[in-house]
Each structure stands twice: as structure tokens, then as C-alpha cells.
Design a protein. Structure first.
Lengths: 420, 620
């Protein structure tokens, strides 16, 4: 097979590429603000995060060229190999990895570190897409469902014991792709209901949850047409909700460690703690809240300059946007992300190969979870879960992981005209 | 439907984010204020700490300038560390350690690098400080003591620790705060209020001028001067008398409750706890667990009151009506207070009445009197609780409420104590008969002894003892700080008892320490005491105790003297009390030989006994 016949001409969609460039560029500008000091040796100063990030960005451009140069069939064909390699790396971390801020998530070579979980996200999306693209596969079939779940669960468990709960959450979110494929909506419904019961148990109390589910079940009973009414399943549902609420209460009080409880309590507003665990969220809220509508101006953020927000150039980079660019700038960044995600969804819908389609859904899911969890955490809507903001946060592994994830899809999309 | 699931999630998240951002950035401006708090620096202007005078207007404590080297770790850069270490006379390792500690506290807040430089060190450094970025000199006021005495009364000041800073936001790192004695008790008066200037900072933490033209700035308020009730001369004389002995003296003016002198021996020179050697000296004093120079024996040492307590038992018995002046008790070197239980006494004429019972300090008399008091009631419990109530009305068994920061309650046993010690209601008055002679379970502190002596001198009431006389020239009486407390014993019962105390000097146990021309009333006491050596309970030489007031009519001084292991009351405590009284009333001492004996006398040989590891004898 002649390569030029299958791969060219390539018809790239320029909108996501433009959005990628904008996000990476704005991200770097903010990393510069968050990490620059009075003394520095130009923007390539490798002792500073902004200098290193510039190098990472240039390397990611090289990566894009390589991704475009490789035949698109390659990704589909070798996805299982890539997946297995990344699992080996995830395992290797327990032997060769280095502990950085409490988690063994990095390989360190000299001054350079790699986080294999970022790459495992790419390979897991690939292998899942490969599995789902088989026409025989149906998520209603329990055996298939379990296989797909295992593909997700293995890397999720490996990162969870590092411990990196944030990345584990990202893997778990890929269950959404299974739903989009053919999985029963009930699983999602049960999952979301469980989360609701979980939150209500913590916010209100077990008694409230039981009361609410009783009212809810009775309402369902009266809304069901008289002919179809059966009381058994509703009683079952009510029993399940009550038991779940009790066990959540028990687990929260007896199984969780204090630091987990603290995080939940702060986000749920049950405790106020400005110096301990709530410090990050408190400082990031001050920084963002003091930005006002127009912001304090680039490099003028007093909180940013004073290094008041911990990890500001990595997970908390959005605080710089909030403080220096205000509501105006924050809205633009959020809309850029939304634009990218929605455009990618549009592209997914027009894919002709099943692999490209399921890969695309995986990509959107991963990007969306990162976007939602990171910004939600920074502005205090959800508990502190440390995952980076795609294309924005400082860090080579994350940037390269997201770049690969995005551009492999763009390559697949660019070749769609050649498939039949 | 399924296809739009992700669309829905994305749009929902975006809307939620924008709503939350609008709330944070547009609706709620409290975050802006918080941000200002962080970006605006406060600079403090420290007022001079108030002076301290004695009751005669003699200046005891003033201030001297002192200079702290402060450091802001994040500003430290490009400095010649070796030169700085040489100038400050520290080692490189110390430099690193102190800087690390400061950085751990806060990289951007000032910490003390080297505290309390002398004027000379400061002069040498001043010209060169500009070279060391991140370091600067903060001027503060240190104490300057005009006396070597009264360290236990005055207390000391030291840098506020992190615990205090987190509790009281007034204090910052490096601020000085009163830690003990008057410095602690009157900290808020002495320190004044520091002034604040608000300085606007730019993002490089540089000053760019006064915030809002200084509308929020305030001037420092001067610390207030204190006049103490202490007579410095009497205090110094008492400390001299107590040299080479351990114990406490507390002297109170009965008609006001003012503490004239409060001596704790051994003590230390207050000047030791200022300057660069402060921490070295403090450590030395703090770890001296044998002599305990930082332990204020006048306020904290709890001992049995010994025979001095017989006075109170006499008063209680008179009030309860179980004896009168003429009640007699016979004593044959002691008496049987219960079948087979004998309480020993020394040789004296028998029988004794109230008067001779007091001046002979007869155990048989007071044992009997005590039993009568308790047995007046239907049950022993009831009896002992009535007795305890009377005793407590003299200020025993509880904090007196004086204005110094430390104290001990002492102990007055009640029925509930004996119910626990024995089985309920299975004990009789005879089981507690030691209370009659001040031994038993009773515990008192020297200030409590002095206070009940003052109550006797006043014939039935006392003013809460206090150390403060005037604040900024204004008498504290007017502020209601002086409280009159009435005892449960009627005034008429005091005269015969006081006559007995007078006769202690005329014909009794303190005959040898009479002071010519002064009518002193007093009582000797001796307290058995024990220590543990290698886990074994070992008896040591008795404590020598003495209480007295003078003159008999219109008393000017009430005093309690306590000399550890001084054997019987008239041996050490009696003479010292007598000399102190003469010093206070006449301002001169007639009995030079007695004075010489007291000044030169040493009990150090007693104090080494329990730690010598050798067998020893006591009460010799």
C-alpha cells in the first residue's frame, strides 16, 4: 500500500488547531506571570518554569509533526501494544519512580521528569476506541461490558495507588464513552444517583436522604399510569437509597482519613479553614475574587506576585487569569475551552471510521473532565483534586499527553476523506 | 439523546463556572479587601515600656535601648555571609540554622535574627548593615534594672512566642512581652499601645508611600508607669537575711493589704535576663532543679503551717464557744487524744489555759481544743466542715485573688476529703487531730500565712493582698482593686489570742528574739517534711516558720517567714521576722549581733544532705 495514497491529501480542520495555539500561548503568558521574578535571564531561562515550558511547547510542536507523519492506521493497529507498554511504565514507577509531593508518579532522569500516567491516558483512549470499534461489541452484553470496564480500571487502579486520585478520576470518566457507545443509561443514572445521595448524606443527614427518597418514590408511584403501577421495585429503590445513605455515612466517618473528610467539608461549606487544608482554595478565591471585571492587568496581580497561591503555575494557573485578566479574561478562556470541546464533538460526529469516532469521544471526555475538575476546583465549586488544566498548566508530560491525544485525532480526522 | 449528553455537560459546566466567577469577581468584593490586606504592609512604632517605682517613689526599672537584627528571608541575596558572621560573632552553621528557622516561620515576614545587641555591638554594625540585603536593625526598649533584688516580684520580659502570637494578634514576632511577675500581671498597662503606619507595597514588595495618605495610621501610646507596694529597702534587707538559705518571706501592711516585701530565696539578679546572654542565663536558672531560683517560694511553696496554725484553731474554738480564755488543759509532755494514741509535747508548766497554751505552743491544749470544736456537732463531718469554713474565711485553701500571675491554693481538708481517705463516716475527730497543731493534711503558702496574720492584726478582716499601688500616679484603691474580706470570727475573740501572741515574745517560744521598744505579736512554727531518695520516703530537718505582726495596736506590718530545713521556728524564721519588723518600723537595727548571726548563717550544709548520697542525721 502506497503511503501517499492512503494518507494524502490530508484535510485538516484548522479551528481546533487555532484554539490549541491560543490556549497554549495564553497558558504560557500566564505561567510567565506566575513564575517570573525580578531577576531572570530572558524567556528561555531554564531555571524558571516559564523557560522550561517554552522548551516543552517547542518539543510538542515537533511531536505534532511526527504524529502527522505517521500513517493513521498505525494508531489503530498498534493501540493494544501502546496500551501494554504504558501499563508496564505505570508498573515500573513503583520500582524506579520518585516520590514528589506525596505521590510516586514520576520517572526522574537528572533534572527532567516524566509522568507516565499522562501518556497512559492517550493509550487507554486508543485501546478503548479499538475495542469499541469492533461491530460485534455491545455494551449490553455483560462480558463485553466487563472487558471494556477492565481496560479502564487497570490503569485507573495503578494510578490510584501511586496515589494520584485525580488521574484515576480521569480514567474512570471514560465510562462515559461506554455509555455513548451502547451501555445502559441505568448505570450512569445509578452512578449519578449514588453521588447525589453521597453529597446529600454529607450535607444534610441520613434521615433527610431517607425522607427525600420516600417522597421521591411516592411521587413516581403516583405519576406512573394506574395500569402499570407496581409497588415492589419502588420499595426496592427506596431500600437501596436508604442503605446507600447509611453506608456513605459509615464510610465517611469510619473509612475516610481526616484529610479526605477535610477536603469534602471545606467544599461543602461545612467547615471554614483558612490556614490548613482550605488554604489553597482560600488563596485562589482571594486571587480570583480580587480581579474584578477587568482584572489588575498583566504582571500586576498582587497575589500572583506575592506567590500567595500554592502551585500557581501548575494546577492553579487559572487563578492568574482570574486575578490579572478579571471576569473578562476568565470568560474568554472558558469560552475557548468550550469552543474547542464543542468543535471536537462536531468533528467526532462526522467520522467515518468507528475507531476515529470512539477515539474522538474518548478525547473529548478526557479534555472535558480535566477542564471541569480543574476550574471547578480552582474557583471552589468542587473538592481539591490535583489535575492540570489542559494546554495551560505548567508541565511537560501533561502538555505532551494532551498534544498527542488531540493531534492523533486531528490526523484521523484529516484522513477521513481517504477512508471508505 | 445520547449524542448530546456531552454537549449538555459542557454547556452546563460553562454556565456554572461563569455564574461562580460572576459571584466571586463581580458580586462579592470581600476578596478585594482580603487582597489589600496582603498587599499592604503595616509598620509599627514601639512606645517605651512604663517605668516601675517602689512605694517610696524609688525608681526600680527603667529602659535601655536595644537593637535586634531582623531578617526577611526572601530578601536575603548576594551578601557576604562570612563578613556578616564575623560582625555578629556567630558561626556559619548558626547563620544557616537561624536563617532556616526564620524561613520556616515565614519567608516574607520579618523574624529576629540576633536579639538584643548591646550599644557597642550596634555601633559597630550600624554603618555596615546596608551591605546585607534582607537584614535590618529594629530598635526596641529593653529593661534596665536599678536593683539586683526583687526579681521574683518584677518578673521579666521576653520575645513573644508563636503560641502567644497566634492567640493575641496584638503581638508580632520579636515583640517583647511580660512573662512573669509584675511585668506579666500589668503587661497591658506597661506596654502601652504600639503605633501603626500603613505602607502601600508594589508587586516587588517595595514601599511606594503611605496608604491613602495615612488616614488609618495611629500614633503609639506611651506605656504607663507603675508604683508598687514593695518597699525596696525592706525587700533588699530581707534578701540579705535570706542569703545562703532557702525559703520565703511575705510582709503585708494589714490596714491596706499592700505587700511590703516578698522574698524568695534563692533568687537571681534580674539583669541576667536581658541582653545577648539572656537565653544562656535563663537556661541555667531554669534547669537548676535543686535550688529552683525561678520558683517563687513566697507564692508557690506549699507547706504544712505547723504551730502557727494553732492561732487560728484558738480563734475558731472561741467563736464556736467550745472554750473561753480560762478553759484549762493539763499536759504531761503530751496527752492521749484517743485510746492508745499519744501526742507528744515539750516540757512546760501544766495545766495551761488559752494564754499559756499559745505562748508555750502546747500540743495537748490545741489538740484538745480542736477535738472540742469538731465534736461540738452531731457528726464529725459536720464539725470538720464548720471548722474548715472558719479557716477558709482567713484566706486559706484557695487563691487569694492577689494581682500576681502565679499562686497555689494550699489545702484545707473537709469531710469529703476524709470520706475518700477513710471509708465514709468511719473516721472520728481523733483521726484528724493533727489539724489541731497545723500538721496533718493542711497546706499553706507563705503569702497565705502572712495574709491570715494580717487578718488577725486587723481583728477579723483582711484586704486582698496586692502588689500595685498606683498606675500613672493614680491610686488603685479608687478603681475598686482592693477588696475587704471579713472572717467568720467576731472581733471580740481576737484580743485574748493576740495577748497570747504578744506573750510569745514576753515569756514564750520567741523570748530570745524580742525587739526592744516594739510590741510584736507572733507565733513560732515547725513543719515536718519529707523527700524521696531513691524512691524511699526520708524525713529531712524541719522547716522553720514564724508569723508576726507589730505593733500590737494599730499594726503596720504582718509578716510570715519560712526557712526550709531551718529546724524550729525561733531558730531562723523568728529572728528574721523580728529583724524585718524592726527594720520596717524603726529603719535601724539595734541588735547587731543577731543581725550578724542571721546574715552570716548558712543552711547550705542542710541542703546538700539529701543529694550527697551519704547517710545523714536531721534536726541537729
Amino acid at each position: 500500500m502506497n503511503r501517499s495514497i492512503t494518507d494524502y491529501p490530508i484535510k485538516l480542520d484548522w479551528i481546533p488547531i487555532l484554539l490549541f495555539v491560543l490556549l497554549v500561548g495564553i497558558g504560557w503568558i500566564n505561567i510567565y506571570s506566575a513564575s517570573s521574578t525580578d531577576v531572570g535571564n530572558g524567556i528561555f531561562d531554564l531555571s524558571k518554569p516559564y523557560g522550561k515550558q517554552l522548551v516543552y511547547i517547542i518539543l510538542s510542536l515537533v511531536m505534532i509533526v511526527v504524529v502527522f507523519a505517521i500513517e493513521s492506521k498505525f494508531y489503530e493497529r498498534f493501540s493494544i501494544v501502546f496500551y501494554l507498554i504504558s501499563l508496564v511504565f505505570l508498573l515500573g514507577i513503583f520500582v524506579f519512580g520518585k516520590k514528589i509531593s506525596g505521590a510516586t508518579s514520576w520517572f526522574v532522569f537528572g533534572g527532567f521528569s516524566l509522568q507516565p500516567s499522562e501518556f497512559a491516558k492517550v493509550t487507554t483512549v486508543m485501546v478503548l476506541a479499538k475495542y469499541l470499534s469492533d461491530g460485534q461489541i455491545n455494551m449490553k452484553n455483560p462480558q463485553h461490558l466487563i472487558t471494556a470496564m477492565l481496560l479502564i480500571a487497570i490503569p485507573a487502579i495503578l494510578v490510584l495507588i501511586q496515589p494520584d486520585a485525580g488521574s484515576a478520576l480521569v480514567f474512570i470518566s471514560l465510562i462515559l464513552v461506554l455509555y455513548l457507545h451502547s451501555m445502559s443509561g441505568w448505570i450512569i443514572f445509578i452512578g449519578i444517583t449514588s453521588i447525589l445521595i453521597f453529597l446529600m448524606t454529607l450535607l444534610l443527614s441520613v434521615t433527610w436522604v431517607i425522607g427525600i427518597s420516600l417522597v421521591f418514590c411516592s411521587l413516581i408511584y403516583f405519576f406512573i399510569p394506574k395500569k402499570k403501577r407496581t409497588i415492589g421495585p419502588l420499595i426496592g429503590l427506596f431500600m437501596i437509597c436508604s442503605t446507600l445513605s447509611y453506608s456513605v455515612d459509615y464510610i465517611f466517618k469510619n473509612v475516610f482519613e481526616q484529610r479526605h473528610r477535610d477536603r469534602f467539608n471545606i467544599v461543602l461549606g461545612l467547615t471554614e479553614d483558612m490556614q490548613g487544608i482550605g488554604f489553597n482554595t482560600y488563596q485562589s478565591k482571594i486571587a480570583i475574587g480580587s480581579g474584578g471585571f477587568w482584572g489588575k492587568g498583566y504582571l500586576e496581580g498582587t497575589q500572583t506576585k506575592g506567590n500567595f497561591v500554592p502551585a500557581q503555575h501548575t494546577d492553579y494557573i487559572f487563578t492568574t487569569v482570574g486575578e490579572e485578566w478579571g471576569f473578562f479574561g476568565s470568560t474568554i478562556v472558558i469560552l475557548l475551552f468550550a469552543g474547542l470541546l464543542l468543535r471536537l464533538l462536531f468533528l467526532v460526529e462526522r467520522q467515518k471510521t468507528a475507531f476515529a469516532k470512539w477515539y474522538g469521544y474518548g478525547l473529548v471526555t478526557v479534555l472535558f473532565i480535566h477542564f471541569m475538575v480543574n476550574i471547578g476546583m480552582v474557583i471552589g465549586l468542587i473538592p481539591t483534586i490535583g489535575i492540570p488544566l489542559p494546554f495551560f498548566s505548567y508541565g511537560g508530560s501533561a502538555l505532551w499527553g494532551f498534544t498527542l491525544l488531540l493531534f492523533i485525532f486531528l490526523k484521523l480526522d484529516g484522513n477521513r476523506v481517504n477512508e471508505w | 439523546m445520547r449524542r448530546f449528553f456531552l454537549h449538555g455537560l459542557i454547556i452546563f459546566s460553562v454556565l456554572a463556572f461563569l455564574a461562580k466567577l460572576a459571584q466571586l469577581q463581580l458580586a462579592d468584593d470581600s476578596y478585594e479587601i482580603l487582597s489589600n490586606n496582603i498587599a499592604i504592609k503595616k509598620v509599627y512604632d514601639y512606645p517605651e515600656r512604663g517605668y516601675i517605682f517602689d512605694r517610696n517613689g524609688k525608681l526600680i526599672v527603667t529602659n535601655q535601648p536595644s537593637y535586634d537584627i531582623m531578617v526577611i528571608p526572601k530578601d536575603v541575596k548576594d551578601i557576604d555571609v562570612e563578613e556578616l558572621c564575623t560582625l555578629l560573632k556567630i558561626k556559619k552553621a548558626d547563620y544557616d540554622a537561624i536563617l532556616l528557622k526564620a524561613t520556616n516561620y515565614s519567608p516574607r515576614l520579618p523574624s529576629v535574627f540576633i536579639p538584643q545587641l548591646s550599644k557597642d555591638d550596634f555601633a559597630a554594625l550600624q554603618e555596615k548593615m546596608w551591605k546585607f540585603k534582607g537584614f535590618y536593625i529594629q530598635k526596641r526598649a529593653l529593661r534596665d534594672y536599678q536593683t539586683k533584688s526583687a526579681a521574683n516580684v518584677l518578673g521579666y520580659i521576653a520575645e513573644a512566642n508563636e503560641m502567644l502570637i497566634s492567640k493575641d494578634p496584638y503581638y508580632q514576632m520579636g515583640d517583647l512581652v511580660g512573662i512573669q511577675g509584675v511585668e506579666k500581671a500589668y503587661e497591658e498597662y506597661l506596654r502601652g499601645v504600639k503605633g501603626v503606619k500603613y505602607i502601600q507595597k508594589d508587586r516587588f514588595n517595595r514601599d511606594i508611600g503611605s496608604y491613602k495618605d495615612g488616614i488609618y495610621d495611629s500614633l503609639p501610646q506611651q506605656g504607663r508607669d507603675l508604683e508598687l507596694t514593695i518597699d525596696l529597702e525592706l525587700q533588699q534587707y530581707g534578701e540579705l537575711l535570706m542569703q545562703n538559705k532557702r525559703g520565703g518571706i511575705v510582709a503585708i501592711e494589714p490596714e491596706t493589704g499592700e505587700i511590703l516585701a516578698m522574698i524568695s530565696a534563692p533568687s537571681y539578679d534580674p539583669s541576667l535576663l536581658i541582653g545577648r546572654d539572656r537565653s544562656k542565663n535563663f537556661t541555667k536558672l531554669y534547669y537548676d532543679s535543686i535550688a529552683k531560683p525561678l520558683y517563687d517560694r513566697g507564692l508557690l511553696a506549699e507547706y504544712p503551717p505547723g504551730s502557727t496554725f494553732k492561732i487560728l484553731n484558738a480563734l475558731v474554738a472561741l467563736q464556736e464557744g467550745v472554750i473561753d480564755e480560762n478553759t484549762t488543759v493539763s499536759c504531761n509532755h503530751g496527752f492521749f487524744y484517743a485510746k492508745g494514741s499519744f501526742m507528744k509535747c515539750h516540757g512546760h508548766a501544766s495545766p495551761v489555759n488559752l494564754n499559756s497554751g499559745i505562748y508555750n505552743s502546747c500540743n495537748a491544749y490545741f489538740g484538745t481544743v480542736y477535738k472540742k470544736t469538731i465534736d461540738k456537732y452531731a457528726t464529725t463531718s459536720e464539725g470538720i466542715n464548720h471548722w474548715a469554713e472558719h479557716v477558709k474565711s482567713f484566706g486559706l485553701g484557695d487563691f487569694l485573688g492577689y494581682d500576681l500571675p502565679t499562686g497555689k491554693k494550699g489545702f484545707v481538708p473537709t469531710s469529703s476529703y476524709y470520706d475518700k481517705a477513710y471509708r465514709n463516716d468511719r473516721w472520728r475527730s481523733s483521726a484528724t487531730v493533727s489539724n489541731g497543731i497545723g500538721q496533718g493534711e493542711l497546706l499553706t503558702t507563705p503569702i497565705q500565712l502572712a495574709n491570715f496574720t494580717a487578718a488577725i492584726a486587723n481583728r477579723g478582716f483582711y484586704y486582698t493582698p496586692h502588689i500595685i499601688r498606683k498606675i500613672d500616679g493614680e491610686s488603685v484603691d479608687k478603681k475598686g482593686m482592693v477588696k475587704r474580706n471579713t472572717t467568720t470570727v467576731d472581733a471580740k475573740y481576737f484580743e485574748p489570742v493576740i495577748q497570747g501572741m504578744f506573750d510569745v515574745f514576753e515569756k514564750g517560744t520567741a523570748y530570745s528574739v524580742r525587739a526592744e521598744g516594739i510590741e510584736i505579736c507572733g507565733k513560732t512554727g515547725t513543719a515536718e517534711n519529707f523527700t524521696k531518695i531513691n524512691g524511699k520516703r526520708v524525713q529531712l530537718t524541719d522547716h522553720s516558720i514564724f508569723i508576726a505582726f507589730a505593733p500590737k495596736d494599730h499594726p503596720k506590718i504582718a509578716i510570715a517567714v519560712f526557712v526550709e530545713n531551718g529546724y524550729w521556728g525561733a531558730r531562723w524564721a523568728g529572728p528574721i521576722a523580728s529583724l524585718m519588723i524592726q527594720k520596717h518600723l524603726n529603719d535601724s537595727i539595734s541588735r547587731k549581733d543577731l543581725e550578724k548571726r542571721m546574715l552570716e548563717g548558712s543552711l547550705m550544709s542542710e541542703y546538700v544532705k539529701p543529694i550527697s548520697g551519704q547517710p545523714f542525721t536531721i534536726n541537729k
